[in-house]
Design a protein around this ligand. Structure first.
Ligand code: ADP
Length: 276
């Protein structure tokens, strides 16, 4: 993507946005190269898209329902396979073979709107389950090491839940459960975190706490954190970079300060609905 400043032409695939104040010198950790996603029923969820992601940057994918946020997010760990184009990892190369995709997924933690925790298990046990992907069959039978238990406790401490380590997850609040989900993601020792509408079902105070935790992890661990959101206020408050989506196309890519009324109309339409 060029450096010629903001110029958006929705009708063509020519876009250039000024990201000079957010870009670093390091090579991007992950790139999408002309990635297009067409679902089997013919829906074009993502038009050919070229975009990259860098260490230590919190990116919000912003847009109304159906804009393509979830599809774009899921192409980043190949949960959705591109119909055409390529996903390139700095460390692994082109992600097209089963082995390279598996290696990439081990390094990429995903946080979902519904926490997908096992309710009858304690918080620490849920966090430890993320380590299974790194275990051999025999290690799984033997159980978790002292070191892994310490790591799980550290992760719960980072999300402010040390004292809830032994509490069953089904007796935690929605916000606490989401933070267990983040601790579980951290225990995976990821090189990238993806979060799909992580605050969609939370109250404002819990939402802010969850987004603050994600931002701290991004900055302290210098890893990219990519979050899909439909709330403009949260995007402005927490993102380094906002990628605005409409109709399966990126219509804005830049810092929150560059998000103009014109761009917001492109993202949300003239009614501005969903932009709260
Ligand atoms: P968002 O996350 O912004 O709500 P999605 O990426 O979920 O958007 O969806 C983008 C478009 O793709 C929408 O039109 C949606 O209905 C469609 N879509 C999403 N998933 C599927 C699927 N599995 N099969 C067919 N169409 C889908």
């Amino acid at each position: 993507m060029g450096d010629e400043g903001e110029s958006v032409d929705m009708g063509q695939q020519q876009m250039a946005f000024d990201r000079s104040d957010t870009k670093t010198d390091a090579a991007p950790i992950l790139c999408l190269d002309q990635v297009e996603v067409i679902y089997p029923n013919g829906t074009v969820a993502l038009q050919p898209t070229t975009v990259d992601f860098e260490d230590g940057e919190l990116t919000v994918l912003l847009g109304p329902s159906g804009a393509g946020k979830s599809t774009l997010l899921r192409t980043l760990n190949l949960l959705v396979r591109p119909t055409s184009g390529a996903v390139l990892s700095r460390e692994i190369g082109t992600l097209d073979a089963t082995q390279s995709i598996r290696a990439h997924r081990r390094d990429t933690a995903m946080i979902f709107q519904q926490h997908q925790l096992i309710g009858r298990m304690g918080a620490m046990h849920n966090v430890l389950l993320s380590r299974l992907g790194r275990h051999s069959f025999w290690r799984t039978l033997v159980g978790f090491s002292e070191e892994e238990r310490r790591l799980a406790l550290e992760c719960l401490t980072r999300v402010g839940l040390f004292e809830k380590a032994l509490t069953r997850c089904d007796s935690l609040s929605g916000g606490q459960q989401q933070r267990v989900g983040i601790a579980r993601a951290l225990a995976q020792e990821p090189k990238m975190i993806l979060a799909d509408e992580p605050v969609a079902s939370l109250d404002p105070a819990s939402s802010e706490r969850v987004l603050n935790v994600l931002r701290s992890i991004c900055k302290e661990d210098r890893i990219p954190v990519i979050v899909s959101l439909h709330q403009l206020d949260y995007a402005k408050a927490f993102a380094d970079r906002i990628i605005g989506l409409a109709g399966g196309q990126i219509v804005f890519d830049g810092p929150p300060t560059q998000l103009s009324e014109t761009v917001l109309t492109q993202i949300y339409g003239s009614t501005g609905q969903d932009a709260t």
